[in-house]
Design a protein around this ligand. Structure first.
Ligand SMILES: Nc1ncnc2c1ncn2[C@@H]1O[C@H](COP(=O)(O)OP(=O)(O)OP(=O)(O)O)[C@@H](O)[C@H]1O
Ligand SMILES: [Mg+2]
Length: 625
């Protein structure tokens, strides 16, 4: 049996280990149910031969003979002497038998199913924890929809295997064993003859098993495609509508659905063949049995009653056999599917706590980039080259440059979202590759280019990652980010749920909540990537003031396209094609008359040129500086 279990299946079953006790209890009870079913056959015999039969002379009901000493066991022995009526003994036994069977079936099946469900819960939690701990690069390579599909759909299929099918498999196996024993007991030669017909059926079942495995894996990938389309077009629904692409997306979804249907049918066809194949076996077996039995009965070696008893037991053994074949095919499918789940589990986690990674001491002096270079994938060109600068504590470092110059990439190296390909980044002289990521990220607050808020209350979004924050502090942070006013105006104030990724807020409001979050985190290093780009000029000025207060004593990296916001920076780095072209203060760079000066002139000239062209509505204010 063990050799029929694929490594994946064995690994899946391994998740049952913590629940072994309950699972074991379940199996024992289910085995008892099978025995009870066998006993029902015996009860039928007793009913016919003793209870119904007016000619029966004995009031004792024989239930069997002990093989080694030939002693006959009677049901009556288990009842008090007062009860001797055949009908009473029979009735009580029947009721007790069925009660016990019902109880054992209920407790046994729920125990096995509980073990399976609990095991799958553990598996799902592990998959989630593993995915969440992957480095940023993983999420840029694996579509969200696929990840969701694996964590939900694939794991759900594993649930079926571990709970329902497993419970069923054990129950049917025991029933099979009991009725096989009955068959052998009645006539072992006929039983053996029937068994000879099994291999020709088992062979194709096994052969199809392999096909099912592969096909089931493909079908889960297709399901992942569907979930990917759904995820993208629901969250990006505004774009779909704006470009009138509903029909296109519906067609794309239908195409993917059709592919899934084809793939599903491939393995369904292979899986369902088991039943009909086995029925065919029955059709061959019965005429042969009849032929043999006719001769045996003729020779008076067998009675008609024995032949019917044999047929009865054969059908009862056949049903579980058919079911076991079906479950075997389903388990093959699960084997194919669980491959993806385990491949995620086998990924190395982001090294939050590296072996030997020391915690980073509180930041006190300077951050140094030493000849840092970076490329995203091995083969593509360098996004950053030879980045060399230092930022002292309390300084504001501004990064300027055209879109795609590498500004976001550069600041993402600091919290180690990516590791530099060349060079070293040091904080207070310590190479950040050697410190634990947790201690590093604790010292960095970030307002990113696209602000991710969660489907939760405003309050929880501001406090994200922090525990035990006083109410006053949260409100003070919101006030400093100029968010307090609009939050108070919302229906439930700070308890308003802001929708998935904050879609119920305006861009500027989202940004201010993200700023409040960064202010509250109160870290010595602050990264602002286009943090104020969505604010109107007036709010931006206020937020700038709030940020200016926040920046005191902190090292801040500011990325801004609007040069007005970075005039007061201690150092401006002009990035072009991944390299630092110029660096200095605003005055120095203007005096130098290089790229920065050109950008500066261009921007203000642009604004002058555009101003009359912009319609005189409220947006005008936010477009000019
Ligand atoms: N995950 C990624 N994988 C591969 N290349 C990437 C990835 N992210 C960014 N890039 C590339 O790296 C370069 C720099 O991107 P980056 O986001 O750092 O630019 P940026 O200066 O922040 O631009 P912007 O001002 O538009 O935000 C771009 O050419 C971009 O195509
Ligand atoms: Mg950027």
């Amino acid at each position: 049996m063990a050799s029929y279990l694929s490594p994946q299946l064995r690994r899946l079953l391994g998740y049952l280990r913590p629940y072994a006790l309950r699972f074991g209890l379940g199996i024992i009870l289910v085995a008892f149910v099978a025995l009870a079913e066998g006993a029902v056959a015996l009860m039928i015999k007793l009913a016919v031969d003793f209870v119904l039969n007016p000619a029966a002379t004995s009031s004792r009901l024989p239930i069997g003979t002990i093989p080694w000493n030939g002693r006959v066991l009677y049901l009556n022995d288990y009842f008090p002497a007062r009860i001797h009526n055949v009908w009473t003994v029979f009735t009580f036994t029947l009721i007790i038998l069925f009660l016990a069977k019902a109880l054992a079936e209920y407790i046994g099946t729920t125990s096995i199913q509980y073990s399976g469900l609990a095991a799958v819960t553990d598996l799902r939690n592990q998959v989630y924890a593993r995915i969440i701990r992957q480095p940023i690069g993983f999420f840029q390579h694996n579509p969200t929809g696929r990840l969701i599909s694996t964590a939900i759909n694939d794991v759900e299929r594993a649930r079926f295997a571990l709970s329902e099918w497993l419970a069923d498999l054990f129950q049917k196996s025991f029933t099979l064993v009991v009725f096989l024993a009955v068959l052998v007991g009645i006539n072992w030669k006929m039983a053996l003859g029937c068994a000879l017909l099994l291999p020709p059926v088992a062979w194709p079942i096994n052969k199809y098993g392999r096909k099912i495995r592969r096909s089931a894996e493909n079908s889960q990938t297709r399901l992942g495609d569907l979930s990917q389309i759904l995820q993208e077009t629901v969250s990006g629904n505004r774009v779909v509508k704006a470009f009138g692409m509903e029909q296109f997306e519906i067609r794309k979804f239908r195409e993917a659905g059709k592919k899934l249907l084809h793939e599903n049918m491939r393995w369904v066809r292979a899986a369902v063949i088991t039943g009909p194949l086995m029925d065919l076996l029955g059709a061959i077996a019965i005429p042969l049995l009849l032929l043999y039995a006719r001769q045996q009965i003729h020779l008076r070696v067998m009675t008609e009653g024995q032949f019917f008893a044999f047929l009865y037991a054969m059908f009862n053994a056949y049903m579980p056999l058919k079911r076991i074949g079906y479950i075997y095919q389903q388990l093959q499918a699960v084997t194919g599917i669980s491959g993806q789940v385990f491949s995620y589990l086998d990924l190395p986690e982001e090294k939050i706590e590296q072996p030997g990674g020391t915690p980073l001491a509180p930041f006190s002096e300077e951050i140094v980039f030493e000849k840092v270079g970076f490329c995203y994938d091995g083969d593509s060109g360098n996004v950053l080259e030879d980045i060399h600068f230092r930022a002292r504590r309390g300084e504001v470092i501004a990064l300027v440059g055209s879109s795609g110059a590498g500004k976001t990439t550069l600041v993402n190296l600091l919290p180690r979202f990516h590791e530099p390909t060349f060079g070293v980044i040091r904080i207070d002289g310590v190479d950040i590759r050697g410190v634990s990521i947790k201690s590093l990220r604790e010292q960095i607050a970030m307002v990113a280019q696209e602000n991710i808020l969660f489907h939760d209350t405003v309050w929880n979004n501001i406090c994200y990652g922090l525990t035990n924050v006083s109410k006053n502090k949260v409100i003070a942070a919101a006030k400093a980010a100029l968010a307090d006013e609009f939050i108070e105006e919302m229906a439930a104030g700070y308890n308003t749920v802001i929708g998935e990724r904050g879609t119920r807020l305006s861009g500027g409001q989202r940004q201010r909540i993200a700023i409040a979050r960064a202010i509250l985190k109160d870290s010595p290093i602050l990264i602002l990537d286009e943090a104020t780009s969505e604010l109107d000029a007036e709010s931006e000025m206020f937020v700038q003031k709030a940020l200016a207060n926040l920046m005191v004593g902190r090292t801040t990296f500011v990325i801004a396209h609007r040069l007005g916001t970075i005039r007061r920076a201690d150092k401006i780095l002009v990035l072009e094609g991944g390299q630092i072209r110029e660096s200095g203060t605003h005055t120095e760079l203007i005096a130098r008359g290089g790229t920065y000066a050109r950008l500066h002139d261009l921007q203000f000239a642009d604004d002058d040129m555009l101003a009359p062209a912009v319609p005189a509505d409220s947006n005008a204010a936010s477009d000019s500086l």
